[in-house]
Write a protein that binds this ligand. Structure first.
Ligand SMILES: *Cc1c(COP(=O)(O)O)cnc(C)c1O
Length: 709
């Protein structure tokens, strides 16, 4: 890193704790230094400080206001790290980590691309809220040298995938070393050899995240690539990644000395940690597998995240035998008994081994991620508990949330601060604290809405210029209208999310978008998995349509979806569109981010939305729009047709009229009233502060208590 002038030296400290990313003042300190470079580095403060022009650094060092702002931010971080926390008041704190959270992906910020979508962002938000609440949690993931992938479209709109560059020097990664200064490494056995694993520390507020890495010179070429790409390899690669995460991660925590009491598996990917936990218990207690299983049970927490079959890892018996031939002895099991842990029917020797099944069998506490998903999961895995009535299947639910300080815009944070007294937009999960939103003058809320939309459209304008230049298209100017009703759709392009529902009747869509008095514009973004040609075809269809005359300037596909683009979209649009095929969206979280910014949701009744919707309906309050009535059908084509009709009707009869229904003061009072109801009902509940408190009170603390007894 460039040597910083003394008055600015502490900028480097700020840059190395991700807490800056959910603090508007700290973020502004970096942006102010060089707004263009800030964009070019994709909001990476370490890269920014490294590349910053000396003159600009000196100017900042001479600017008394700037230097004072740095001191304030440092003081603020210090207070954040050391103030008494919510967890301190539980009386359970021991001054050491008690919970280890394992996840294949973490979506913390766009500048650290080790995530693919909602699952990762949820994990990132979990860490941030654990930090805010002071929950003594540490986390384990993998450092992907090439990330997931960076998205570009070619001339024809077909997705091209390129590498991210996760070089540690440009990222807030610190090598994890022992007291002797030597890097800490652990080993796992893979086939006929052992692979070494080192780790990097990412500081997320008070929470430590260790990212494991096999890219070491002492490893085989093949093993060095284990941590190269998220969800990139075929099945042989996948099982090795999961061995590194689960078994390697367990050993790494032990080597570092951060031994937790409770292990939380975020999705089945991490479930091999249970085997290591059992092996170590058997070794220590000199007991049988069955005894060890009872001992470790209370310390295991498992969260399942999807009813989609492809979302669960299945390994063939052969693959399991290859990788666990030596390992199984330590468990005091026969190979078929080990594989049986992950089978619906343990005696069916042909059945594949499923990580989710093993996790469900071994963990004392398991959950789905919304009320509906809890129920769907109990049905999905019912056969693991023969004789138990479905409603008694031990899979609970804790509904997902989002980390509000990470996603609430500066405009809305300011408004919450002025009217609700929230500090820096840090909003408590107390409904009473939010009730005051109903008293905010409509005009003020509307001004914030307009500002947010303008900021998004300025970004869209810039992106269109860049995309057009890249594709050799002559830029025909930007016809997007900062005053027009703007509707967003952005998420992974998994087919069940039905991104192209809106395009089923193009003449009808054309009439909606091109109404001269009430124009409507749509912004799409999202990545398809590199091997999902179906998802890529949907992207191509949208991107091609965006260049057809009737839809030009009314529809756009933004390339390179990431957390930064997501943040702008959920803050800037007026309506957030969500069209999953029920019941495949376990929760969904992007709509929660949007709601906290006063954006109204229009969604099928799936995942989190049906929960929010039913709750509001009980009080006869309208908080957004529901597409359909929560139908589930095996005839996907027919269902998509019906849902599309319902969506068009909503747009034509309700959404567009409500947006353009203005009073003499230019404010759509019906719309702002709906915004207030939506914020008041959704924000206090659908956030990760509430969620992490639930995990702590219902899952972590009982697990810790059980371990002590
Ligand atoms: C929030 C978020 C998601 C999740 O979107 P859903 O609509 O809940 O599927 C995916 N990707 C990114 C980058 C996000 O920020």
């Amino acid at each position: 890193m460039t040597t910083l002038p003394t008055p600015l030296a502490q900028l480097a400290d700020l840059a190395r704790n991700l807490r800056w990313s959910w603090n508007h003042e700290a973020t502004d300190l970096f942006r102010r230094l060089d707004p263009d470079l800030w964009e070019q580095t994709n909001h990476n403060p370490i890269a920014l400080l490294e590349q910053l022009d000396e003159g600009k650094l000196r100017a900042a060092a001479d600017d008394a206001d700037y230097v004072a702002a740095v001191a304030r931010a440092v003081g603020d971080l210090d207070a954040y790290l050391h103030d008494e926390s919510w967890f301190d008041r539980t009386g359970m704190a021991l001054g050491r980590p008690l919970v280890a959270y394992f996840s294949m992906e973490f979506g913390l910020h766009e500048s650290l691309p080790i995530y693919s979508g909602g699952l990762g962002v949820l994990a990132g938000d979990h860490l941030k809220s654990a930090s805010d609440l002071g929950v003594p949690l540490i986390a384990v993931g993998l450092r992907y040298q090439n990330g997931y992938f960076r998205q570009n479209l070619d001339q024809s709109g077909w997705q091209q995938d390129s590498d991210e560059d996760n070089t540690p020097e440009h990222l807030p990664l610190t090598p994890v070393a022992g007291p002797d200064g030597q890097p800490i490494t652990v080993r796992v056995r893979l086939l006929d050899r052992e692979a070494a694993i080192c780790g990097w520390l990412v500081q997320v507020g008070r929470v430590k995240l260790y990212l494991l890495d096999t890219d070491l010179p002492e490893n085989d070429e093949e093993d060095r690539r284990i941590t190269s790409r998220l969800y990139g390899g075929e099945i042989n690669m996948r099982i090795r990644q999961e061995i590194v995460l689960g078994i390697g991660g367990y050993r790494f925590l032990e080597a570092v000395g951060d031994t937790p009491v409770v292990y939380h598996m975020n999705e089945g990917h991490a479930a091999f940690l249970t085997l290591e936990h059992l092996t170590r218990t058997i070794e220590r207690q000199q007991c049988t597998f069955a005894e060890a299983r009872e001992i470790v049970r209370p310390s295991l927490v498992f969260t399942t995240h999807t009813p989609v079959a492809a979302g669960h890892d299945y390994f063939s018996p052969h693959l399991m035998e290859t990788h666990f031939a030596d390992y199984v002895a330590g468990l005091r099991l026969m190979m078929h008994e080990l594989i049986g842990l992950g089978r619906h029917n343990p005696d069916d020797y042909r059945e594949y081994f499923c990580m989710t099944i093993m996790a469900l069998r071994l963990a004392a506490r398991s959950n789905g991620v919304s009320k509906l998903h809890g129920k769907v999961s109990r049905g999905q895995w019912h056969d693991l508990w023969t004789g138990t009535p479905e409603q008694d299947v031990p899979i609970d639910h804790i509904t997902n949330g989002v980390h509000l300080p990470s996603f609430v815009s500066p405009e809305m944070a300011g408004l919450y601060e002025r009217h609700l007294g929230f500090r820096q937009g840090v909003a408590p999960s107390d409904p009473a604290a939010w009730a005051g939103i109903r008293e905010v003058p409509d005009g003020e809320l509307w001004v914030a809405r307009q500002q947010q939309r303008a900021r998004l459209l300025a970004f869209v304008h810039e992106r269109i210029r860049r995309q057009d230049a890249q594709h050799g298209r002559t830029n025909v100017g930007d016809g997007f209208d900062p005053q027009a009703l703007t509707i967003g759709f952005a998420r992974r392009f998994a087919t069940y999310k039905r991104a192209t529902m809106l395009l089923r009747d193009l003449p009808r869509l054309e009439r909606i978008v091109n109404n001269a008095k009430r124009p409507v514009q749509f912004i799409f973004a999202g990545k398809a998995h590199p091997r999902d040609d179906g998802g890529k075809a949907l992207i191509q269809r949208i991107s091609q349509l965006a260049h057809d005359a009737p839809f030009e300037h009314r529809l756009i596909f933004l390339e390179g979806y990431d957390i930064g683009v997501a943040r702008l979209l959920v803050q800037g649009v007026d309506v957030w569109l969500n069209t999953p095929q029920r019941p495949y969206e376990a929760s969904g979280t992007s709509g929660m981010k949007a709601a906290a910014n006063g954006v109204l949701t229009c969604s099928t009744l799936d995942g989190w939305w049906v929960e929010a919707w039913d709750d509001a309906a009980r009080d006869h309050e309208e908080i957004g729009w529901a597409i359909g009535h929560g139908e589930e059908s095996d005839n996907t084509e027919h269902q998509a047709h019906i849902d599309a009709q319902a969506l068009y009707e909503l747009l034509e009869r309700e959404i567009v009229p409500a947006f353009y229904e203005r009073s003499i003061d230019g404010v759509p009072h019906g719309w702002t009233a709906r915004m207030k109801r939506s914020i008041a009902r959704i924000a206090p509940y659908f956030n990760t502060e509430r969620m992490v408190r639930e995990y702590t009170e219902r899952f972590y603390l009982p697990g810790i208590q059980a371990a002590r007894d």
